[in-house]
Design a protein around this ligand. Structure first.
Ligand code: ITT
Ligand code: MG
Length: 203
């Protein structure tokens, strides 16, 4: 497979996938490269359900294999919130800043060692023949007391990465792609890539 459609309109995700796939020589297209692709309603209650929903809907529409990413932030002190509702935690508008403020407000007074959290990413690959495969990746960290850093997207400014001693938003794209939930899920996918696309390797 020399090209792959990623079933997302999230520019942050697209930029990361572009870099991650560049090494493999796979050209990435996203739903922003096409006009009028409707939003797939994320009605699932798990990352896997939503990733499969997005991947299968778009694969049926394009008649090509498609990868979808469903991801989010899990905060232990909030019983796993925002979880699968990460994009719309503060309302349907998908406002990163409002989402961050809501998490920080709910965590007020919680000491650092209890602010454990993780990013989760499920990638689903759907083929037009109905085959679906999922892989997962997780990145562990802590929620800071205030946003720090300008890079990345979503909750990156409040996610402290112990390995790097900085927030995710202070990392370069290259550094984030060494340790992120998305990069780890994609590594798992690349391990099974040739097997997954055995018959399509010439295209
Ligand atoms: O569904 P698509 O079109 O892919 O785009 P989305 O932004 O709606 O994506 P999700 O439904 O998977 O929601 C995931 C949300 O979790 C957050 N998130 C996921 N990955 C993240 C990352 O690497 N850094 C920061 N926040 C992230 C961010 O708020 C996302 O909007
Ligand atoms: Mg979404």
């Amino acid at each position: 497979m020399k090209r792959m459609i990623i079933a997302t309109k999230n520019k942050g995700k697209i930029a990361e996938f572009q870099q991650l796939f560049a090494k493999k020589g796979v050209e990435i297209r996203s739903l922003l490269d096409y006009d009028d692709v409707p939003d797939v309603e994320e009605t699932g209650t798990t990352f896997a359900e939503n990733a499969i929903l997005k991947a299968t809907t778009i694969a049926n529409m394009f008649h090509e294999p498609v990868i979808a990413d469903d991801s989010g932030l899990i905060v232990d002190a909030l019983n796993g919130e925002p979880g699968v509702y990460s994009a719309r935690y503060a309302g349907e508008g998908k406002n990163d800043q409002a989402n961050i403020e809501k998490v920080l407000k709910k965590l007020q007074g919680v000491p650092f060692e209890q602010r454990t959290a993780r990013f989760h990413c499920t990638l689903a690959v759907a083929k037009p023949n109905g085959d679906v495969t999922t892989v997962d990746g997780v990145c562990e960290g802590y929620i800071t007391e205030e946003p720090v850093g300008e890079n990345g997207f979503g909750y990156d400014p409040i996610f402290f990465v112990p390995e790097k001693q900085r927030t995710m938003a202070q990392l370069t794209k290259e550094e984030k792609n060494e340790i992120s939930h998305r990069a780890k899920a994609l590594q798992h996918l690349l391990h099974i890539w040739d097997k997954l696309f055995e018959k399509e390797n010439e295209s």
